[in-house]
Structures are given as structure tokens and as C-alpha cells.
Design a protein around this ligand. Structure first.
Ligand SMILES: O=C(O)c1cc(=O)[nH]c(=O)n1[C@@H]1O[C@H](COP(=O)(O)O)[C@@H](O)[C@H]1O
Length: 246
């Protein structure tokens, strides 16, 4: 077994996508000190009435509150006001809310002296180039679209964005190393099929090793750990892979 660098533990959020509090808690207990950062998304936030966030904070874990707000400016701002009060490590809204909403929410974060990172979702990692051209009839390819949304996000005070690890390097080159990239669509080689693809909904994917080499700040990994036969073993393998790339 290869060595796990402690710094690898500061690179990965495990997505706790569960439909009840007990299963989520069980996994957190199982993973123990191996994992210090967790993502709470729509399913687990709703199914636990938000209690999962409190539980993780009690356990001393960092929380990424992934509720991806997308609505008119005032509604998103009011939702963010509540998210800020949760004192999470980071939370997100969609970049497609537009520049005005992003600017107003980033002002809200600053004015409230919040330490939370405000992150904009660019193009969801389950979407392919074909999906994008079908939806937007745009001449931009996925990477250009992500870069464009990331640029608008940066110009309007957002701390960083969610994108695929495939796009992280270009974003850092264009917008600076301090602009945070948060990347789902992470698939270790041991979870891929014979064609090198993932047998689930993720489309724009990369291995943990390559993601780190592409300057991703935070990897978001769900099913490769949560649905693994042995989640602890899987988490350790991923941490080893991250360690090798650091
Ligand atoms: O914002 C997110 O976290 C997110 C954005 C995105 O573009 N793609 C994406 O998969 N996610 C989330 O990241 C997690 C990925 O989980 P797995 O596909 O199971 O590894 C899920 O909880 C998604 O909701």
C-alpha cells in the first residue's frame, strides 16, 4: 500500500448523497479520520431536514453546502442569507443566475463577514458537448462555455466555480491560481468500464491523479466511495492516488 499524504485529506469532499440521516452518519463514522470534508446536497439536505450539516459540524468536519440556488436575484439572495448563517466552508449558486445576482450575493457574503467560499456552478459535469449544443444552440464548445461563465463569476466577486477537472487547468491559467476550482466528475480508474467510461450519469470525467495534476483545488467524490463494497478501502485508494499527484 502506498503512503497517504495528510495534505490529500484537504483535497477531497465526499458527497453524502443519502436519503436518510442514519446511513449518512454511518458512512461518516466508518470513514473516520480518513475524510475531513463532506458535501451535503439536495437529497441529503432535504431528507435530513438540514440536520446532516449540524451533525458534520459537531464532528469537526468541513461542509460544502451544495444547494445550487437558481432563481430570480432577490430569491437567491434571501436563500444565500440563510446559507451564510450555516457557517459552512463553502456553498454554491448557479452562474447562470447572471452577473447581477452573483455580484449581489458576493457583496452579501463580504458584508456579513462570512468566511464561507461562494462558488458558482458552470456547466454540470453530466452534460456533454451534444447536450450543450442542443440546449443553447451556441457556437461555444463546453470548455469555452465553462471559461466564459467562470470569467463572469470572477468578475462579479465569486471565490471560484464548479466545473469538470477537464477544464480546471485552463481556468487557472486564465483567471489565476487563487480562483478556486471545485470538481465533481472524478472517477478512479478502478471504477471505469472497458471503454474507459463511467457507467453512470457523469460525462466529463477524470481520474483523481489527473485532476490534481490539472490544478483542481477540491475534488468531489460520491459514488466511487459511498456505493463501494468497501468504502474505507476505496477512500484510501483515492487518497493514495491524490498523494501520488501532490
Ligand atoms: O455542484 C456539485 O456538487 C455538482 C456539480 C456538477 O456539475 N456535477 C456534480 O456531479 N455535482 C455533484 O457532485 C456529486 C458527484 O457525485 P458522484 O457522481 O456520485 O461522484 C453529486 O452529489 C452531484 O450533485
Amino acid at each position: 500500500m502506498n503512503k497517504i499524504n495528510e495534505k490529500a485529506k484537504e483535497k477531497i469532499f465526499v458527497a453524502l448523497d443519502f436519503d436518510n440521516l442514519e446511513d449518512a452518519k454511518k458512512l461518516v463514522e466508518q470513514l473516520g479520520d480518513n475524510i475531513s470534508m463532506y458535501k451535503v446536497g439536495l437529497e441529503s439536505y432535504l431528507s435530513t431536514d438540514g440536520k446532516l450539516v449540524d451533525y458534520l459540524h459537531e464532528k469537526g468536519k468541513k461542509v460544502f453546502l451544495d444547494l445550487k440556488f437558481h432563481d430570480i436575484t432577490n430569491t437567491v439572495k434571501m436563500a444565500c442569507k440563510n446559507a451564510i448563517q450555516k457557517n459552512v466552508f463553502m456553498f454554491n449558486i448557479h452562474c447562470s443566475n447572471g452577473s447581477k445576482t452573483m455580484r449581489e450575493v458576493s457583496n452579501l457574503v463580504k458584508e456579513s463577514d462570512s468566511k464561507s467560499l461562494l462558488i458558482g456552478v458552470t456547466v454540470l459535469t453530466n452534460l456533454s458537448g451534444d447536450d450543450i449544443s442542443e440546449m443553447f444552440k451556441s457556437s461555444l464548445n463546453v470548455e469555452e462555455m465553462v471559461l466564459n461563465l467562470a470569467t463572469i463569476a470572477k468578475n462579479n466577486g465569486m471565490h471560484g466555480i464548479v466545473c469538470s477537472p477537464l477544464e480546471s487547468k485552463k481556468i487557472k491559467e486564465k483567471l489565476g491560481q487563487n480562483f478556486v476550482t471545485v470538481c465533481p466528475g472524478v472517477r478512479p480508474a478502478f471504477t471505469l468500464n472497458a471503454q474507459g467510461k463511467s457507467d453512470d450519469d457523469q460525462n466529463r470525467i477524470m481520474t483523481p491523479f489527473d485532476a490534481i495534476k490539472n490544478n483542481v483545488d477540491f475534488l468531489v467524490v460520491g459514488r466511487p466511495i459511498t456505493k463501494a463494497e468497501n468504502p474505507v478501502e476505496s477512500a484510501k485508494l483515492i487518497l493514495e492516488e491524490i498523494s501520488q499527484a501532490l
